[in-house]
Design a protein around this ligand. Structure first.
Ligand SMILES: Cc1cc2nc3c(=O)[nH]c(=O)nc-3n(C[C@H](O)[C@H](O)[C@H](O)COP(=O)(O)O)c2cc1C
Length: 427
């Protein structure tokens, strides 16, 4: 069996993809509620809402591309969506993204605990370090911290937050009406955490939620990122790459997790994968051909993604020449994925001949065959589906593919436990 997650963006995804009720999805809360319910019916482990705090303006040195095409903007705060989705569902895990660089640990721990209570133990947090100078400027800095220092800050942050989340003993809340005592103050402890970047006195002024330490999600790609993820995460999301790369990545993560004295089976590695689903296998192949032709005729979308990751304006270079050598302090691992070993290619070739990455293409039946084969080879733990939230995508996955996977016994058939963390660890 393997796990399923959905990588969701809280921005007007698919607004121009031609479905009949377009416009319904952003910022209409009902659409997200319907979507969460559909994923739960389909047996998804979680939905993960990505986030960032800036409007991209590296590509073309302007916000124009981003705002005219809804590329990563506008974006609402995913935290606000969590209780709404939790209230409308019963089992699915809900992960929202939080930046360790800019969220003060005390506010973070308090919000995590509150949402854990409100969701009855079904909340998780995707911890990111925020790679962009614009983000840093929105929070009052001139530029972002160096890449590896961001993870040193994240580690300090995680220690402070963990100390706060464990500042109440399990039996601190008595709720004893007869004795007139709600909580035993001797079981609630001052934290006095003093780190390099953060300090906090504690204790947290909120009792622990059902999970106490909510699910942590992370996407470390670099050596320091992988170390951070292996120390703290319950689920790690990664790009898919080739099946060989996925196998190696998961092996590396599991070894790091074990080196930290944790059980590698407690950390689920989920690969962000493209899916092209058709009514028949040939329909899906035709759809893939059309998408590829579109991408080749207009490279701006890919260039904008490269600019987003690196902070470099790729609109400023000649498309038919190799790009002069550059360095970036932004998302280095993601930028490397485009360029490393391919520096001799022209910019157009870089943008149209993307490095091999797993794409599942087929009918529900042939897509299920491919998913089963990949998971057998990689060893686990599941797929993170990155399609836009459109009625078509919901129908493809919740309506067609998930039932096929369930018939084959490849995905869960119900949720045995009440908390997200325990369900994630169930297999
Ligand atoms: C599936 C996936 C989801 C991610 N989601 C976010 C996000 O919501 N916000 C963000 O700032 N970064 C996000 N990232 C970027 C990662 O946090 C991280 O910076 C990236 O994987 C590179 O790893 P590194 O920081 O170790 O170099 C995501 C990456 C992946 C692969």
């Amino acid at each position: 069996m393997f796990h399923l997650g959905w990588f969701l963006s809280y921005y007007p995804q698919g607004w121009n993809e031609g479905h009949s009720d377009r416009g319904n999805y952003f910022p209409n809360p009902d659409a997200y509620v319907d979507f969460a319910r559909a994923l739960e019916r389909a047996g998804f482990d979680y939905m993960m809402i990505e986030d960032g705090s800036f409007i991209p303006d590296a590509f073309g040195s302007s916000m124009e591309y981003s705002l005219s095409t809804t590329f990563a903007a506008p974006k609402h705060d995913p935290m606000a969506l969590v209780p709404l989705l939790a209230q409308a569902t019963e089992h699915i895990g809900i992960i929202a993204t939080m930046t360790t660089t800019f969220y003060p640990p005390f506010l973070a721990a308090r919000l995590m605990t509150t949402l854990d209570h409100l969701s009855h133990g079904r909340v998780g947090f995707n911890l990111v370090t925020s790679h962009n100078d614009r983000t840093a400027q929105n929070y009052g800095l001139d530029k972002q911290y160096p890449h590896d220092e961001r993870y040193a800050i994240a580690t300090d942050w995680a220690k402070a937050v963990t100390a706060l989340l464990t500042s109440w003993d399990d039996d601190a809340v008595l709720d004893d009406v007869e004795a007139g005592v709600y909580a035993d103050h001797t079981k609630i402890h001052q934290v006095d955490y003093e780190g390099t970047y953060f300090s906090t006195r504690g204790p947290l002024n909120a009792p622990p939620g059902p999970q106490r330490l909510p699910v942590i999600c992370q996407a470390g790609g670099s050596p320091v990122g992988r170390e951070f993820a292996s120390t703290y995460a319950d689920t790690i999301v990664a790009p898919s790459g080739t099946v060989e790369w996925m196998t190696e990545y998961r092996k590396d993560i599991r070894a790091r997790v074990a080196a930290h004295g944790r059980n590698p089976d407690d950390v689920k590695v989920m690969f962000l994968t493209d899916f092209i689903i058709g009514d028949t296998h040939d329909d899906a192949l035709e759809l893939q051909r059309r998408k590829q032709a579109e991408a080749e005729s207009d490279v701006s979308k890919t260039l904008a993604r490269m600019s987003f990751a690196s902070g470099i304006d790729f609109a400023a270079f000649d498309l038919d020449q190799p790009v002069p050598a550059f360095e970036t302090n932004a998302a280095r691992t993601t930028t490397d994925a485009f360029f490393k070993g391919r520096e001799h290619l022209t910019l157009r070739e870089i943008a149209t001949q993307l490095p091999p990455s797993l794409t599942i293409v087929g009918s529900p039946a042939t897509a299920a065959d491919q998913m089963e084969a990949v998971m057998e080879e990689v060893g686990g733990d599941g797929f993170l589906i990155g399609s836009s939230v459109t009625p078509r995508a919901v129908a493809d996955f919740a309506g067609d593919l998930a039932p096929e996977l369930r018939r084959r016994g490849l995905i869960r058939d119900g949720y045995a436990d009440t908390t997200f963390k325990n369900n994630l660890r169930a297999f």
